[in-house]
Each structure stands twice: as structure tokens, then as C-alpha cells.
Design a protein around this ligand. Structure first.
Ligand SMILES: C[S@@+](CC[C@H](N)C(=O)[O-])C[C@H]1O[C@@H](n2cnc3c(N)ncnc32)[C@H](O)[C@@H]1O
Length: 310
């Protein structure tokens, strides 16, 4: 059995989308926004993996897919078919393609609330038709409208992808520089235990209020990331970049030295490359991605301590 995945990202998110997909789906093989894997994974919590489908037909041309379906004649009660074209796009009319596919299936097409949903992923040289098993819930879009925010807050989708690089539902996640709690919202929203610290006492109330606004639970304390204490599964952190304060990189070695004590895994975003410091702190890097918006290049890393399982 083979499964297809479709990734949704803007150009500056591509590297992070690929890293998130690799973290969520074992054995995934990516080719731009399309991917294949030997296993089905529920992508509900993903930031960039938009859907997972069980492959029913696949080929280098649309006619090959139609021929395979003709032989298979999949049984569906009532169903809908969507067509997603990815670059380089094929010269294919989406509605006509959906009708041709529907003609080769038993059952009746139904556009509203169909029992089964199918997708044609269409690239000029690669066509995959499959039954959709799961889709992402786009939960971060709601969190973008949190009541309290500030200029240094992380985009919620980026925060969600960072959490997914190193944690899964049920894990205990700590953000030792939590600001208004963007990372905490994503972690708590995905069913993780979320704990935050921030040196600035004025941040704790807004972060807690943001969690409460969405009916989520979490613990937020005033404290220094360099001596925060506790036992967690993952540190997910967006420390100060030092654009407006004293050079923040002075903070990083001490922050990492404490992160190692807090949890065996880390996901961190900075405005400067951090490979050397992460390695010196004892991490084996499992993912890296650049996330560029305007002048700002963010470097996202995931790592785990040597000896820790993936
Ligand atoms: C880039 S902001 C984090 C923003 C956060 N990700 C959000 O979306 O709200 C960095 C935060 O680290 C806090 N901070 C700076 N130095 C710290 C330290 N030594 N320990 C803990 N927090 C610190 C700042 O007060 C600020 O809220």
C-alpha cells in the first residue's frame, strides 16, 4: 500500500514544510509539494501537510490513471473528487478531469457532505489519484487572532511547525522565552502540556489570557530561561534576536546549557546560524530550515541529545 501527501506552503516556508513532513511521516519521499510514503499518518495537526491519501492509481500521464481506474472500478457510495494541480502544471481542465474520474467509479458523486473524498494530484509528469484519509485542521489560523500580541510574536503557523518537529500529543513542551505564548497556544492546541517562562513579568498575564481565550490550559511563570527548571519532553523556543536589545547571542550558550537539562529534544528559531552552538551543547541536529520574510532570515533547527531515540 502506498500513500500520497500534499504539502501546502508559500515559497519562504518550503524548507520548514519539508522538515515538518519528514518529522511527521516516517519514510516520506518529497518532490516539491507532492510526497509519497509507505505509511498513512493522520495529518490533522500539521502546519504544512495538507492531506494524506491512499493511492489508488498513479502514472506519468492522466490517461494512465484513467486506465488503471477503469480496471479497478473503485466502489464508493457517494463521493467528491478534487483536483490539485502543482507546478509544473499539466494542461488539464479540473472539472472535466473530475468528471472523467467519476465516470470510472461506482456510486454517485455528491459535492456537499460526501461520504468519501478523493483527490487527483496532478503535475505535468506525475498524476496520483487516491482516497483522502486525513486533512490538516488549520488550527493555527484561529490562534493568529489571539487577543494579546506584540511585534516580536512568532507567526502561529511557524510556531506549529516548530512544535511538530520535536513533539507529539501528550508530550510536555516548555518554551523558556514564551512572550505572549504563540508556541504555547500551538502546543496546547495539539494536546500537549504547555509550560512557559519569560524574563519579562509583563508577559505572563497576556500569555495566560491568550491560552484561556481559546479554552486551553497551560502554566506560565516569570523566570529566566537560563535557570528555568522542570522535566519536559521538548524545548520549543524563539529566544530574543538582539535586534532591539543587547546582542542576544550572549544569551544563547547559557540558554542551551539549561535546555539540555530541561528536555532531550529542542526546536529553536534564531536570526543567525546556530549549528555550532547546538552541537557544542550536545545536540544531534535532526532538521534545519531557513524561513525568510523580507530582510529577516530565520533559522529553524530541531535536535535531540545524543543517545535519545527519534
Ligand atoms: C522573540 S520574543 C518571543 C516571542 C514569542 N515566541 C511569542 O510569539 O510571543 C523573546 C522573548 O524572550 C524574553 N526573554 C528575553 N531574555 C530572556 C531570558 N533570559 N529568559 C526568559 N525570557 C527572556 C523576552 O521578554 C521576549 O518575550
Amino acid at each position: 500500500m502506498a500513500y500520497a501527501y500534499y504539502l501546502s506552503f508559500r515559497p519562504h516556508e518550503q524548507e520548514l514544510a519539508a522538515a515538518e513532513a519528514a518529522a511527521l511521516v516516517p519514510g516520506i519521499a518529497l518532490s516539491g509539494p507532492l510526497a509519497r510514503a509507505p505509511v498513512a499518518v493522520n495529518v490533522r495537526r500539521a502546519a504544512h501537510v495538507a492531506l494524506c491519501a491512499r493511492v489508488l492509481a498513479e502514472g506519468a500521464s492522466f490517461s494512465q490513471v484513467l486506465a488503471q481506474l477503469e480496471a479497478l472500478s473503485p466502489k464508493a457510495h457517494d463521493f467528491a473528487i478534487e483536483v490539485r494541480k502543482v507546478p509544473p502544471k499539466p494542461d488539464l481542465h479540473s472539472v472535466q478531469a473530475a468528471v472523467l474520474l467519476a465516470d470510472r467509479m461506482s456510486g454517485a458523486p455528491r459535492l456537499s457532505h460526501p461520504a468519501e473524498q478523493y483527490v487527483l494530484l496532478a503535475r505535468k509528469d506525475w498524476f496520483i489519484f487516491g482516497r483522502i484519509l486525513s486533512r490538516y485542521d488549520r488550527g493555527w489560523t484561529v490562534h493568529e487572532h489571539k487577543p494579546h500580541t506584540f511585534s516580536n510574536a512568532l507567526p502561529a503557523r511557524l510556531a506549529r511547525a516548530m512544535v511538530n518537529l520535536v513533539a507529539r500529543p501528550g508530550d510536555r513542551v516548555v518554551d523558556p522565552c514564551c512572550g505572549v505564548g504563540t508556541i504555547l497556544l500551538e502546543a496546547a492546541g495539539m494536546g500537549m502540556v504547555a509550560v512557559g517562562f519569560d524574563l519579562n513579568k509583563k508577559m505572563t498575564s497576556p500569555a495566560l489570557a491568550n491560552l484561556r481565550h481559546f479554552g486551553l490550559r497551560g502554566l506560565v511563570c516569570a523566570g529566566d530561561a537560563r535557570d528555568a527548571a522542570g522535566s519536559f519532553d521538548a524545548v520549543v523556543v524563539d529566544p530574543p534576536y538582539g535586534h532591539t536589545s543587547r546582542r542576544a547571542s550572549d544569551l544563547y550558550p547559557e540558554l542551551l546549557a539549561n535546555a539540555v537539562r530541561l528536555a532531550p529534544r529542542i526546536s529553536i528559531v534564531t536570526a543567525e546560524p546556530l549549528e555550532d552552538l547546538l552541537t557544542e551543547a550536545g545536540y544531534h541536529l535532526t532538521a534545519r530550515a531557513r524561513w525568510t520574510k523580507g530582510q529577516l532570515v530565520r533559522h529553524v533547527y530541531a535536535g535531540r541529545l545524543a543517545g535519545e531515540e527519534g
